[in-house]
Design a binder for this molecule. Sequence first.
Ligand code: GLP
Length: 240
Amino acid sequence: MKTHISPDYPQLCQAVAQNVIACVKTKPDALICIAGGDTPLGVFTALVEAQKQGRVDFSRTQFLGLDEWLGLGKADKGSCREMVWHHFFDKLTLREEQICFFDGLTHNPQAECQRVDRYIELHGPIDCIVLGIGMNGHIGFNEPGVSVDNTCHVIDLDAVTQAVSVKYFDTPREVKQGISLGLKTILAAKNIVVMASGEKKAAIVAQTVNHPASRDIPSTLVKTVAQASLYVDKAAASKL
Ligand code: GLP
C-alpha cells in the first residue's frame, strides 16, 4: 500500500483534500464518501476553502455517508450526521438530492440498509472514499471479525469503540450498535484513502501496515486492493 507521510495534520489534510479535488476534477458527478469522526475535520475545512476559492466545484458531486451511531440523529452533537453537516455539507450549500446518509434514528434499520444499498447500486461504485481508522482498526463501523462480503449492515459495537465514543458526545450516550457501509462496498471503491493523525494512532497504523491482512484488524484489509493508499502525519507514522 502506497504511504504518504505529511509533516503535520494541516498538511496531511491538504494532501487528502487534493486527492478528493483531483477526483472531482476528473469526474464532476463523482460519488464521494468521507468518514465522520475527528480525523477528516481538517479535510472538510480544506475542501470548503477550495470551493470558496473556485479550485473545485461540488455542484454535481454526490456524497455518501460512511456510518452512523444507531439511535442518534442530527440534533445529537457528535453523531456522524451532525459532524459532517456542521463541518462540511452546510458550508458547501449542497442540494438535498446530492446526499445519501444513514438515518441513525430509523425505526427499521434493515430497510435503511436496503435504501442505502439501492442508492449505491444506482450511483456506485464509490469514486473516492476517505476513511479514518478506529483505535481497534475498524473502518466505518466494520468492527474486528466482520465479514468482507457485507454491504450495508447493522453491527454491534466493539467494547473499544463504545469506550472511545465518549470523546464525541457532550452528554453521556449509550451507543451499542452502528450502521455502516460494508467492506464489500468500501473495497470496491475506485480510490481508497485511509487517513490517520496523531501519536494515539501510531500503534494501529503500524499494525495496519505490518500485520498480514486479517478480519481481526479490518484496516489491514485495505491492503488487499491495489487502489488504496495510506495518508498519515509524522506522529501517526512514528511506529512505522
Ligand atoms: C469512528 C467512526 C469512523 C471513524 C473512526 C475513527 O467511530 N465511526 O467512521 O473513521 O471511528 O474516528 P476518529 O477519526 O474520530 O479517530
